[in-house]
Design a binder for this molecule. Structure first.
Ligand code: MTE
Ligand code: MO
Length: 414
């Protein structure tokens, strides 16, 4: 496949290998042609007050799993992020995936009225206003969220359909540990229950050790207030835990001494307190976003393969890419800083020879956990290899993308 990592100079020299006949480093306009001036975007008050993207950029979220959102009654169901068009690691707030347990109306909360209470096994139950919270020491950290609904599918055609139920934003707020220390924990306190303000409430049980480690009571997202669909005015961030635990519209945390069965916990991943907590953390996972399903390569030649990797176990340490269906693995380049429990962008320089092949990526996190193949996971759980069988728990298996000779890219699990 000749897909050894090529240096930049070598790549420029070999530009004859580029697809479509374009050349790099020779950007002068053809003789007699000067670049034309574009039409103007007319000044618009609203656009100036709160900016829009170019009308030529049309990437949007789509309903996940085929259920319309909003539905005929205005209920919001799951919608997925267009990862195929993503660059870098931050998902724009307007494209962040949305998941509501059982469908919900997005509550319209006045932040001046909102209260957040911590009670239960504490010395001093406390109620915070948004103003109170904003006076306290804050943290700002990039973190991904991922819904358990992000799983292998034969029907899915694009990376938006296979992996669009994960996004990464920069979150700002107060560490939950700071607030809990302010309340004072009673002896025997070992779990906590977080609850949202809307009808569905999104209540979940979580180990108190996680609360004292890195949970954030977040009011900020990507440089502004958390968006209503993401939990305005306040949400809980539980870095690396499955999406359902990141309680939106956070209004109450009760400190308790055991696992409580809530709406979210009931019938979810695991009903046993001992094993439930072990299933909360998302395993090492990665996916190639370009080239990915539904895209079309214009011809053989050079491509920068690009993708995202993340893990509930901490920072991504290594990403490998295979351009021959998993036979040989090559180290990918990690772009920028690999933050803990955050999407991490990787790339691999590839010369496509025009032959049919399959692309895959796999990552390793700072704990040394390696992303498994579908075959490994099927063997572990003793389920059929056929990807139409769902694996128990969270699914972090390797996603294969098939490249046909005509350059079309399709789901390797189909
Ligand atoms: N209050 C409340 N919190 C909630 C939910 C909800 O329906 N209500 N959905 C959960 C689920 S299933 C997921 S995957 C994440 C999704 O967060 P997002 O919608 O900001 O992407 O929020 C979780 N927190
Ligand atoms: Mo979810």
């Amino acid at each position: 496949m000749g897909s050894k990592r090529s240096g930049r100079r070598e790549f420029l020299k070999g530009s004859a290998a580029l697809a479509g006949g374009f050349t790099l480093g020779a950007a002068a306009p053809a003789i007699g042609q000067t670049p034309t001036s574009p039409a103007m975007i007319k000044g618009d008050k609203n656009q100036i007050a709160y900016g829009d993207r170019s009308r030529f950029e049309t990437s949007v979220r789509i309903p996940h799993g085929g259920r319309p959102s909003p539905d005929a009654f205005g209920l919001v169901f799951h919608v997925a992020t267009p990862l195929q068009d993503s660059v870098g690691v931050i998902t724009p707030s307007s494209l962040h995936y949305v998941a509501t347990t059982r469908g919900a109306f997005i509550p319209d909360i006045d932040p001046r009225e909102h209260r957040f209470m911590i009670h239960g096994m504490v010395d001093r139950p406390l109620t915070f206003t948004m103003e109170d919270l904003k006076r306290l020491p804050s943290v700002t950290r990039p973190h991904f969220i991922e819904c358990a609904g992000n799983r292998t599918s034969r029907r899915a055609k694009t990376v938006q359909e296979t992996h669009g139920m994960t996004s990464c934003a920069e979150w700002t707020g107060v560490l939950l540990s700071v607030l809990l220390k302010e309340c004072g924990l009673k002896g025997g306190a070992s779990w906590f229950v977080a609850e949202g303000a809307e009808e569905v409430k999104g209540a979940s049980s979580m180990p108190l050790a996680k609360a004292m480690d890195d949970c954030i009571v977040a009011y900020g997202m990507n440089g502004e207030a958390v968006r209503p669909q993401q939990g305005y005015p306040l949400r809980l961030m539980v870095p690396g835990f499955e999406g359902i635990f990141h309680t939106k519209y956070l209004r109450r945390i009760k400190v308790v001494d055991r696992y409580y069965m809530n709406y979210n916990d009931y019938g979810h991943l695991d009903r046993e307190s001992k094993t439930a907590a072990l299933g909360y953390q998302i395993g090492p996972k990665s996916v190639i976003t370009f080239p990915s399903g539904g895209q079309q390569l214009p011809g053989r030649g050079f491509y920068e393969i690009s993708g995202l990797a993340w893990s509930g176990g901490g920072a991504i340490k290594k990403v490998e890419v295979s351009t021959d269906g998993g036979r040989r693995w090559n180290n990918a380049e990690i772009k920028g800083i690999a933050h803990r429990m955050a999407h991490t962008r990787f790339s691999y320089q590839w010369n496509w020879d025009g032959q049919e092949t399959e692309l895959q990526s796999r990552c390793t996190d700072e704990l040394g956990q390696v992303q498994p193949s579908r075959a490994q996971v099927a063997k572990h759980w003793n389920v059929p290899l056929d990807p139409s069988y769902s694996v128990p728990g969270l699914d972090n298996t390797i996603q294969p993308w098939k490249i046909a000779r005509d350059g079309s890219v399709t789901n390797g699990n189909a």
